[in-house]
Design a protein around this ligand. Structure first.
Ligand SMILES: [Zn+2]
Length: 502
């Protein structure tokens, strides 16, 4: 089992693509092209080649891995691996499957509005700039046109879907370079936010031993997927990531540092409690902080946004632009965040058999995300494996729940800081009250049931979509007006070619 697991990770980590006679790695090579290219042929080529280089080589290994893991799960008294996984990240929550389905049903109407708006804008854009490209007419969005290899976050196409293009929005990546940002001070600035609300400084070992950029030495290949590490002593915590001077990496730094803050807050707990209240909590901490960092108010503090006096009307339009950018990150992610594990749970339970792995994957990507593949897929492909967390066998539902929880945490901290006005304008920088609210919860680690930890922080025992909806309400009103009821992809089919598996 360990051999297979290592092989799967190795295939992913070593995945490269030859493009224009150059060998590209996922980060930064392929990702940079996905961030900025609008050429459907280029994007489709890279999209397919990445899946050929990774997932396609994993299909048989994955089948065997599932069998072995399920054997282990059965021997330990679980129904299947899915149940074991859920128990690991969401201790004592047998109703988790129903909880997440309920949360998704509440979010879905918002997602459908965003999807339909984005689809219309993309369709118009491609009709104008690539008139020979055949944009589907069935209501679906081609998965390679959303500025992300997995169509999971869409902020890279903000310029195409910007609600009010006449209100110029700052280009933060350029601005960061102008203002002298580099990888070192990006981490220092993130640390300063945490200490400003009374949380911890990073430890000396962190600064000495973390890997913050891709090593220049040619003698090693590193796997760049950003991650944070607890060494389970009291003074060794590190981050591994291949940082570039860009806003998206700046947000990732806050995300990873959130893990470290959590590690540090519960380091005095007995070893068994040195974990998040549930896996979603761990993923939500840094993102909660990043919500505050991305506000207009805080970006002004950081010198990344000018404090110009704009008219009230332009301010309102700029707010909608801002919420759109956030929705492309947060709302766009949710169906993907749900389906990755929903698919795996169905695989682990035997409901989806190996000969249907890829077909069911695409049925779910269409059902939940409303996206279709650029070229027909077959069951000799294994597209789930082209995603890090599937290759690395790491759980994904924690991100889905994190994206709901972080708005609950954010609202609670905003209330503690005495924030007035719309939720999306709240910056709790330097609020010790907000920080204390968070810290008290972090210190619990896994010593209390997550429902209790959640209640301590938010007053509620349930994961709740209300703060998420409240945050995005002005954008939702805008989208509904623009879409005029033309929403959904009910008539779409997956782009599929039947082939017999070798
Ligand atoms: Zn994380």
């Amino acid at each position: 089992m360990n051999n297979i697991q290592t092989k799967l990770e190795e295939i992913y980590g070593k995945g490269t693509v030859v493009f224009n006679e150059t060998t590209l790695q996922l980060e930064p090579g392929i990702t940079n092209i996905f961030d900025s290219s609008r050429d459907p042929a280029v994007l489709s080529e890279l999209w397919v080649k990445w899946r050929d280089a990774t997932g396609k080589k994993m299909a048989n290994l994955y089948t065997e891995w599932v069998e072995l893991q399920n054997t282990g799960a059965l021997e330990h008294g679980f129904e299947n691996l899915g149940e074991a996984w859920r128990q690991k990240e969401f201790f004592d929550t047998p109703e988790l499957v129903e909880i997440v389905e309920g949360l998704w049903q509440e979010i879905k109407p918002l997602y459908v509005q965003l999807h339909s708006y984005v689809r219309r804008k993309l369709k118009n854009y491609y009709a104008q700039h690539h008139p020979n490209y055949d944009f589907p007419n069935d209501g679906s969005i081609p998965a390679h046109l959303l500025g992300n290899m997995w169509a999971q976050e869409w902020d890279n196409i903000f310029d195409i879907v910007q609600p009010y293009p006449e209100v110029k929005e700052p280009e933060f990546d350029k601005k960061m370079v102008e203002k002298g940002y580099n990888v070192g001070n990006m981490f220092r600035i993130a640390e300063e936010f945490y200490t400003s609300i009374g949380l911890y400084k990073m430890v000396p070992d962190f600064w000495k031993r973390s890997m913050l950029v891709r090593p220049k030495e040619k003698d090693r290949e590193v796997q760049c997927h950003a991650s944070a590490y607890d060494f389970y002593n009291n003074d060794t915590f590190r981050i591994k990531m291949c940082t570039e001077v860009k806003m998206t990496y700046f947000q990732t730094i806050h995300h990873e540092m959130g893990h470290i803050e959590y590690f540090m807050a519960y380091r005095d707990q007995p070893a068994v409690y040195r974990s998040g209240a549930n896996g979603g909590f761990h993923e939500a901490i840094g993102d909660t902080i990043a919500l505050s960092v991305r506000t207009r108010k805080h970006l002004q503090t950081l010198g990344l946004l000018e404090e110009n006096s704009v008219s009230d009307e332009d301010k309102m339009k700029s707010d909608i632009n801002y919420l759109m950018r956030q929705a492309l990150l947060k709302l766009a992610f949710l169906p993907f965040g749900y389906l990755v594990d929903k698919w795996r749970w169905r695989v682990f339970s035997g409901e989806v058999t190996p000969d249907k792995y890829n077909e069911e994957w695409w049925k779910m990507r269409l059902e939940y995300q409303g996206v279709t593949s650029p070229i027909p897929r077959t069951n000799t492909d294994f597209d789930p494996g082209a995603k890090f967390h599937v290759a690395a066998n790491s759980q994904y539902i924690v991100y889905f729940t994190s994206f709901i929880l972080q708005f609950q945490f954010y609202e609670a901290m905003c209330n503690a800081s005495g924030h007035q006005g719309p939720l999306y304008t709240c910056d709790f920088y330097r609020s010790k009250e907000a920080g204390l609210k968070l810290l008290n919860m972090l210190k619990l680690g896994g010593s209390k049931h997550w429902k209790e930890a959640l209640q301590q922080m938010t007053g509620k025992t349930k994961m709740d979509t209300e703060p998420f909806k409240k945050y995005f309400q002005p954008l939702l009103d805008f989208l509904k007006k623009e879409n005029k009821g033309e929403v959904g992809w009910a008539k779409a089919n997956i782009n599929w070619k039947q082939e017999t598996k070798k």
